[in-house]
Design a protein. Structure first.
Length: 76
């Protein structure tokens, strides 16, 4: 079983994705490099946790959008 991410990691990651929607993608390494430039004073572990959740959140959004398109219920 996997570990549960803290809510502050999720909140920060979701806010960053919503503010910079076109910046992040489904590549962890690229997301981590983007976050290194924007987040300062954050430990390596915290940075990796945020980058990991950003990647997962972007994939979840893409999957949800794809499902809505297939069902024909797209709300933009």
């Amino acid at each position: 079983m996997g570990s549960i991410r803290p809510s502050n990691i999720k909140r920060i990651a979701e806010e960053l994705v919503e503010k910079n929607s076109g910046t992040f993608n489904n590549n962890f390494d690229k997301n981590r490099e983007i976050l290194k430039g924007s987040l300062t004073g954050v430990s390596k572990r915290t940075l990796n946790l945020i980058a990991g959740y950003v990647t997962r959140y972007v994939l979840k959004k893409q999957s949800r959008l794809k499902k809505e398109i297939e069902e024909g219920t797209v709300t933009v």
